[in-house]
Write a protein that binds this ligand. Structure first.
Ligand SMILES: [Zn+2]
Length: 266
């Protein structure tokens, strides 16, 4: 099952042709797609679009790069929203809490606020029994520390770019690692090595569209979920697997950490 576990289809880059982009992805064999929201103001538009489109699901969360826009009661608002969604008709489409995490690459000046929102959201995930979709940049060890502290045991570390040792700790905690366009660039040796050497049970596929375009789209091109098939082919090549095997295994892996995907795929 070809599943895009991380796609920002709600981004303004898709305002002109969002439905068309999704139709094209489905025509390329993408069976299900996960949209991780990045802040409270995007929750409703994301949910509204998913309500109209079978085989799509969403995650709700505050992305670490947007925490400066979070109001003092952001966690309370989020908790109320999650509770309401889980009690409503879209409960089956709320797959995870995300995109949450820590990003010390862009800035560490707001570390206290990043950590407070991250920990609060981990607690919300724990409270509602939801997995998490993680953004981790220049902060792998810190993220691991808080996952352990709050005993989170299921989710995806998206666009993973840490060491093999750190990747192993994530998998031992019950997490999968997301690979996408970055892996297709010949000079991305570290990511390609990870994609080759990690146990295949650890891998899930993603595009992160419109960001992280694959090499054939180019640095300034718009990435789309329709690129997932070629990304899967690239990973199959790196792993020495048949493409059908790779798609089956990564699909299973995705459903293992985001269990509601099983319903979206039928
Ligand atoms: Zn993302």
């Amino acid at each position: 099952m070809l599943i895009d576990t991380h796609c920002h289809l709600d981004a303004s880059e898709f305002d002109a042709d969002r439905d068309q982009v999704w139709r094209e992805a489905q025509a390329q064999g993408v069976r299900a797609l996960v949209i991780p929201a990045v802040m409270q103001s995007t929750f409703q538009p994301v949910m509204d679009w998913c309500a109209q489109h079978p085989h799509t699901g969403f995650a709700l969360g505050w992305h670490p790069l947007f925490v400066d826009q979070a109001a003092d009661d952001a966690l309370q608002q989020m908790q109320d929203t999650v509770a309401a969604v889980l009690a409503g008709p879209q409960a089956g489409q709320l797959l995870a809490i995300g995109e949450i995490g820590l990003d010390f690459y862009v800035t560490r000046d707001n570390e206290v606020k990043q950590v407070a929102l991250f920990e609060g959201q981990l607690q919300i995930a724990k409270q509602f029994g939801l997995p998490v979709i993680l953004h981790v940049r220049a902060a792998v060890d810190s993220v691991l520390k808080y996952l352990r502290k709050h005993r989170l045991d299921s989710g995806i570390a998206h666009a993973f770019n840490g060491s093999l040792q750190q990747a192993t700790i994530f998998t031992e905690l019950g997490f999968k690692l997301g690979f996408g366009g970055a892996m297709t660039w010949p000079r991305a040796l570290k990511i390609r090595k990870l994609a080759a050497e990690l146990p295949v049970e650890a891998l899930v596929l993603e595009t992160d569209a419109p960001d992280i375009p694959p090499v054939w789209v180019g640095h300034h091109g718009r990435n789309t979920p329709g690129q997932l098939k070629r990304i899967a082919e690239e990973m199959a090549l790196i792993r020495g697997l048949e493409i059908s095997q790779l798609i089956e295994i990564t699909g299973k892996n995705s459903m293992q950490v985001l269990p509601k995907l099983a319903y979206l795929c039928t």
